[in-house]
Design a protein around this ligand. Sequence first.
Ligand SMILES: *[C@@H]1O[C@H](CO)[C@@H](O)[C@H](O)[C@H]1NC(C)=O
Ligand SMILES: *[C@@H]1O[C@H](CO)[C@@H](O)[C@H](O)[C@H]1NC(C)=O
Length: 278
Amino acid sequence: MLWLVLSTVFLGNSVAGSPAPVPDGELVGIIGGDSAPQGKWPWQVSLRVYAYHWASWVHICGGSLVHPRWVLTAAHCISRKEADPSAYRIHAGDVYLYGGKALLNVSRVIVHPDYVSAGLGADIALLQLSDAAEGAANVKPVRLSSAPLEVTPEDQCWVTGWGSIGMHEPLPPPYRLQQVAVRVVENGVCDQLYHNVSSEHHQLGKIIQDDMLCAGTEGRDSCYGDSGGPLVCKVKHVWYLVGVVSWGYGCGWRDAPGVYARVQTYEPWITRQIQSHP
Ligand SMILES: *[C@@H]1O[C@H](CO)[C@@H](O)[C@H](O)[C@H]1NC(C)=O
Ligand SMILES: *[C@@H]1O[C@H](CO)[C@@H](O)[C@H](O)[C@H]1NC(C)=O
């Protein structure tokens, strides 16, 4: 099932010590988007790891501030469950990826205990910051909903990130954050699309699990390097974090929407972690 792990493979390699050159594409996408205005998505962060080859902290994934001291990202962006927090840095408050903003330190990494691989679900992780990111310009946590938030294809949802802008097309300098409006695809429909698109037509059971959410249509999608980043929807004038970029079959294909970790499912777990690690 090669299609399940495209982003995982690339990210896994980079974290394991053989960093691919960043401008190479796989790591550093939003398909069909445009440049995000400064401050429009103040919860968007970039997760960095140190690349010896570049002698700098390079972007590997997106993430969202869900609290002044906490970032929610995808579990597959973290090399392993017992990851060393000092191996990560967080960039916040600037749409330009390498704009010279000071990076924030991470003091704790918590990968969801049920996570095995992105294709199996529970693809979320929390990073606690050493210092609160609050107060800075263009930095503000996004809301999570504790009440069931039924997102329908009619709601206004956007995905943002610094990932590839085409299957083999990295985001070019000056690496400005991209945004695209996407439509949520109902789980049952998405599951059928994925059964159709995979060679395993007769695969029993669900491909799109209940803790996943699909969004995107032909030419409007997330891509490599967007993993961990936010899918937000505006419900009653308030932006809510609804999904975490997780996996997909290609990018922007008609019959394969992007697949996200369904934040609603994990809201109780997220809140519990934040409360138990003040
Ligand atoms: C982040 O951690 C590094 C290494 O421990 C340290 O040198 C640096 O001062 C820290 N930065 C901040 C802003 O705390
Ligand atoms: C999946 O394929 C079947 C058979 O080709 C087709 O009837 C069905 O409409 C497809 N499902 C979707 C959601 O496209």
